[in-house]
Design a protein around this ligand. Structure first.
Ligand code: NAP
Length: 232
């Protein structure tokens, strides 16, 4: 599977790239600038080389967002909310039917100069639903990773966090849960339809507030479900 990370030069995209490259997935870092993308890919590869894993480091590359998107099976969107709709519109001709778009975007009020502990109302219900409205037909939109902090992704330790995966496309959601589980420590759970992304996105604003108050990097765990819920 080839994974393109649009906006992969930022902390969230770079962190996911690092973890998936370590798991042996082919990752292309995307950016508005090919130079920045390659520099970010090199930096992540150096981190992997540091652990002696030359083969996994070599499967990382960088490209302009459109080129990265064009060559991928899974496109992960990690740009701030203010760039969300515009970035997807610009990539319209780079998407191919059958691809999966994973949206990690949280519509934080910080996008319009407000607080990172508050969210904006999105007309469609959530950033992920906005994405579904913008992408061409044939692209499955999956909402995931909103509650995984980049601070936890950038290290090597197992991540103490669950990933709630929401989508109207069951097959696509299953593939993304499998991808999430490649990151040590992460459990992935079926969060139901894409409309539920609205709730999952909001949790992040709450977590940011708790991180500030308690000076930490919080994650979430859903408890009380049968073991199969974390495996399907
Ligand atoms: N950071 C976290 O811990 C975290 C956790 C969960 C979810 N998220 C979500 O993940 C997304 C990315 O978070 P982040 O902290 O990595 O964001 P970020 O650093 O603010 O931005 C990520 C990348 O997006 C690109 N970008 C920035 N402004 C843009 C614009 N106006 N138009 C097009 N591209 C632009 C930049 O890449 P280039 O300049 O190279 O193009 C930047 O490096 C956000 O939506 C956030 O809500 C973040």
């Amino acid at each position: 599977m080839t994974i393109a990370i649009v906006g992969g030069t930022g902390p969230e995209g770079s962190g996911l790239a690092l973890r998936w490259a370590r798991a042996g997935e082919k990752v292309i870092i995307g950016s508005r600038s090919a130079e920045r993308a390659c520099a970010a890919a090199t930096k992540i590869a150096e981190q992997i080389v540091g652990t002696g894993d030359y083969i996994r480091a070599s499967i990382l590359s960088g490209a302009k967002n459109s080129v990265a998107c064009d060559g991928a099976d899974v496109v992960v969107l990690t740009v701030p909310f203010e760039a969300h709709a515009e970035t997807l519109k610009q990539l319209k001709n780079s998407f191919r039917p059958g691809q999966i778009l994973v949206d990690t975007t949280v519509p934080l009020a910080a996008s319009v100069g407000g607080r990172a502990t508050r969210t904006l109302g999105v007309w469609q219900g959530s950033a992920a639903q906005q994405a579904a409205e913008v992408v061409p037909e044939g692209i499955a939109v999956v909402a995931a990773f909103h509650n995984v902090s980049s601070e936890l992704l950038k290290g090597a330790d197992p991540i103490d966090c669950d990933v709630i995966v929401c989508s109207d496309d069951k097959e696509a959601a299953k593939k993304i849960r499998e991808l999430a589980r490649k990151i040590p420590g992460i459990r992935a759970i079926d969060g139901g339809k894409l409309e539920n992304a609205r709730t999952v996105e909001q949790i992040t604003a709450l977590m940011i507030g708790m991180n500030i108050r308690h000076k930490g990097h919080s994650g979430i765990r859903i408890t009380g479900l049968p073991t199969e819920a974390y495996e399907i």
